[in-house]
Design a protein around this ligand. Structure first.
Ligand SMILES: *Cc1c(COP(=O)(O)O)cnc(C)c1O
Length: 411
């Protein structure tokens, strides 16, 4: 009898046929730059499809060409990563920034406007505020967690809007933004030959805790460096969306050269099977740490999805669009930079490093580190103050992590 497999099961069989690789149970690394065509016609057809001149027929598998265009290991990741969101297609990139820049530039041209939730990841911020305007693309921030009416007003005020870019939860303030309402606004304000796309950076929630496409978003972008890779040993990015959109994104990737490579893709393949397990366990650890921090007298406020302290509207959004809270915690302590640094320098089990989503726990200072590039004014508006500390909770024992934080806070 037909049974619809759960993503966690589908993941294992999708995208890899052992018979094409001498029966190898685990895929080999296809470390090659170029691929041999069976005949000239096959080569011609492969290029037609790769450059978007023609579309592949249903069930047609175009021949591989060259690793900047496509590679078996990269394609396996692209096939497998679609299982959670039921996305039509995915594209693997050399980094999260590669995915974000190539995806945005696939749909923008001079004169267009991009709206973005603020704050966003430091690199994204730089790209939006400093690079895109140089190409005559206007970029307009709106506070993460804005009500739909605020976003709709901006879209109406900027008829050239092409992209609404949402990072949810926002880094590092952990504010969720309403994906469904933004997608609805984009659809209602799109015109013939002027489609507005919603792109969601879902890095913090991963495919396990949030499915933006199900809320109407057009594209999802990930830094696969974080939870998807999960072991702090690689840098990669992924974009998911419709076959047509990902087709355009892949052409941009081929020309910009923001593709990944077979070794990195192989490592991600290894990581995918444990993604669900890791993210759920890390979230469980994080929840315990949040409960500890909320009670600590030196902690003024904790930011974490789904807790009362985030306020009613954030809780509503959490209930609507998240299946879990993830393992990123931001907390504000009494004092300023000096006090924050003292805590950070005193922890032993939390490594003092930026990045997130790996199996080891990390601690960092957004004001002086990941978001150093923003002006004081921008940081203040976004809620990035010198007493803010960000944790990425890993897989150590939660009680040990709490003990470590307690010691650091009590110094
Ligand atoms: C790390 C990160 C990025 C950038 O990804 P890289 O892989 O470092 O290029 C983008 N968005 C978010 C939310 C991130 O945490």
């Amino acid at each position: 009898m037909f049974r619809k497999l759960k993503p966690q099961t589908k993941l294992f069989s999708k995208g890899y046929d052992p018979q094409l690789s001498e029966g190898s149970a685990i895929p080999p690394v296809f470390r090659t730059s170029t691929f041999i065509f069976k005949n000239s016609q096959e080569g011609k057809r492969a290029f037609e499809i790769a450059y978007g001149l023609k579309t592949a027929n249903k069930g047609e598998v175009p021949a591989l060409i060259y690793t900047r265009v496509n590679n078996p290991n990269c394609q396996m990741v692209e096939d497998k990563i679609t299982v959670w969101d039921d996305a039509e297609e995915a594209a693997l990139f050399s980094s999260g920034m590669g995915a974000i820049s190539s995806t945005c530039l696939s749909f923008l041209k001079p004169g267009d406007t991009l709206l973005f939730s603020d704050p966003v990841y430091g690199g994204t911020e730089f790209f939006f505020r400093k690079i895109l305007p140089e190409y005559k693309i206007k970029t307009v921030p709106f506070p993460a967690g804005s009500r739909p009416a605020v976003i709709e007003r901006l879209v109406k005020d900027n008829p050239s809007t092409r992209i609404i870019f949402i990072e949810s939860p926002a880094n590092p303030t952990i504010q969720l933004t309403d994906i469904e309402s933004a997608s609805d606004i984009a659809r209602r304000n799109s015109r013939e030959n002027h489609r507005i796309r919603v792109i969601v950076d879902n890095t913090f929630m991963g495919p396990i805790f949030c499915s933006p496409l199900k809320f109407g978003a057009d594209l999802i972008v990930y830094s696969a460096t974080k939870f998807i890779g999960g072991h702090s040993d690689l840098v990669a990015g992924i974009t998911l969306g419709s076959k047509e959109d990902i087709g355009s994104v892949k052409v941009t990737r081929t020309i910009f050269g923001s593709n990944s490579d077979p070794d990195t893709a192989w490592l991600i393949l290894r990581s995918l099977g444990t993604l669900d397990l890791r993210m759920k366990k890390q979230a469980k650890n994080a929840k315990k740490i949040v409960e500890f921090l909320q009670k600590h007298p030196r902690v003024k406020k904790v930011a974490y999805p789904g807790i009362d302290q985030m306020g009613d509207y954030q809780l509503q959004l959490y209930e609507k669009q998240c299946k879990g809270s993830g393992s990123l915690i931001s907390f504000y302590i009494e004092g300023g930079e000096k006090e924050a640094f003292r805590v950070m320098d005193a922890t032993r089990e939390f490594l003092l490093a930026v990045s997130l989503g790996g199996i080891e726990s990390l601690i960092e200072h957004p004001h002086a580190m990941t978001h150093a590039d923003m002006t004081e004014e921008e940081k203040r508006t976004a809620g990035i103050t010198p007493n803010l500390i960000r944790l990425s909770v890993g897989l150590q024992d939660a009680e040990d992590l709490i003990h470590d934080l307690k010691n650091a806070l009590d110094i």
